[in-house]
Design a protein around this ligand. Structure first.
Ligand code: GLY
Length: 376
């Protein structure tokens, strides 16, 4: 058995909107102790989904025993389909009916869907109320709970309606990852792998050695990887909170990935992280096709994904048979694009990603068509 690691705290340094990310085992049982300094009103609303509620809500609620607070609990169905106008309206309605005020605090208790929806609710409820993230998936602990991106999806695409709204605290209890289905862990791993591919070849070496330990929920490996990713994200968010520059690097694989999710119809058949795993390999393949990246780096990434049983385009028959024009149309609606240009995160190799603000559209279209045809 691993010894219990100490809690590690990483600060997201944003002046008077700075906040801590606490990472460690068993934090949920003491959640109120960590939340208390950040609560200003008498109410909190815990927004969670049915899966997380069944597994962990009692532990979280028990931590508030004796607290002088009115606690609302809003439980939504699980799944990407909940990042919708309809669910947004429903949750806002429940909070307004409960007379939730600006000084009260929304606690997002779940994965990326709960975090993105709850954060957007917090950003617009009475023009902004308190907001705390307690992420319960690998994806949310290493990426979506940190940095203040909140959003819902629309028919036009992923995360196209939202706001930047930073939480006041992120509380990441790595023990809860032990209840995640392997599919969710593998999907969340995409965002871990992403940090290594952006600018950290040493971390990629570490993942080649240790990724299987993450899927086995080895406490030390999880603590190391979550802290490594949160530190990388905190540094990027500090440098470029609103994505005018380097923050776009965090979108490696996401332009291709969001197109995959859009084509899948946000119906849960393709998880966000699965689309990103496939999308990152596409970004590498496209970079190679443009002479930017060596084939051996593409093959190293492909081998890593295959060894771990992670999703690639070859595993997505519905996507490879879809209209490549529709795939490309989703890419053209991506938030990173300016005017009519296509922005992509491309690579010169493992750990050497860069922002291409004027990707050659015809080449991308040709690559998408060939990539899909090859797997059809
Ligand atoms: N998930 C990408 C970002 O936070 O910028």
């Amino acid at each position: 058995m691993d010894a219990k690691p100490q809690m590690k705290t990483i600060n997201v340094d944003l002046g008077d909107r700075s906040y801590p990310i606490h990472i460690g085992q068993g934090l949920l049982a003491s959640a109120y102790q960590y939340l208390k300094p950040h609560l200003t009103g008498k109410r909190i609303a815990i927004i969670t989904d049915e899966n997380v509620a069944a597994l962990h809500l009692d532990v979280l609620l028990a931590s508030f025993e004796g607290a002088d607070l009115i606690i609302e609990t809003i439980i939504i169905p699980a799944g990407e389909g909940e990042k919708s106008f309809a669910r947004l309206q429903d949750v806002l309605g429940q909070l307004l009916d409960a007379n939730f005020s600006r000084s009260d605090t929304i606690v997002a208790f779940g994965g990326g869907v709960v975090g993105d929806l709850s954060g957007f609710v917090a950003s617009i409820l009475k023009r902004g109320c308190g907001f705390i993230q307690i992420p319960t998936t690998l994806l949310a602990q290493v990426d979506s709970s940190v940095g203040g991106k909140t959003a819902i999806n629309t028919l036009a695409g992923k995360n196209l309606v939202g706001a930047f709204y930073q939480p006041q605290l992120v509380l990441a209890d790595t023990d809860v990852l032990g209840t995640l289905p392997l599919r969710q862990l593998k999907a969340g791993y995409a965002e871990v792998l992403k940090y290594s591919l952006i600018d950290s070849p040493d971390f990629f070496d570490w993942l080649e050695e240790n990724a299987a330990k993450l899927f086995a929920c080895d406490a030390s490996a999880l603590a190391y990887a979550v802290a490594k990713c949160c530190q990388a994200k905190a540094d990027i968010v500090k440098a470029d909170e609103r994505e005018h520059g380097c923050r776009a690097l965090l979108n490696l694989g996401h332009s291709f990935g969001h197109a995959i999710e859009g084509l899948a119809g946000f119906d849960g058949s393709v998880l966000h992280g699965e689309a990103v795993n496939a999308g990152m390999l596409m970004a590498f393949e496209y970079s190679e096709s443009q002479g930017l990246c060596k084939g051996q780096d593409v093959e190293r990434l492909r081998a890593h994904l295959q060894k771990l049983g992670l999703t690639t385009l070859a595993d997505l028959p519905k996507i490879v048979r879809a209209d490549p024009e529709a795939f490309f149309a989703y890419m053209m609606r991506d938030k990173k694009n300016k005017d009519d240009d296509l922005t992509l995160i491309l690579t010169r190799g493992i750990g050497a990603s860069f922002i291409e603000s004027h990707a050659e559209k015809t080449s991308v279209q040709t690559y998408v068509k060939l990539a899909c045809e090859r797997r059809a």
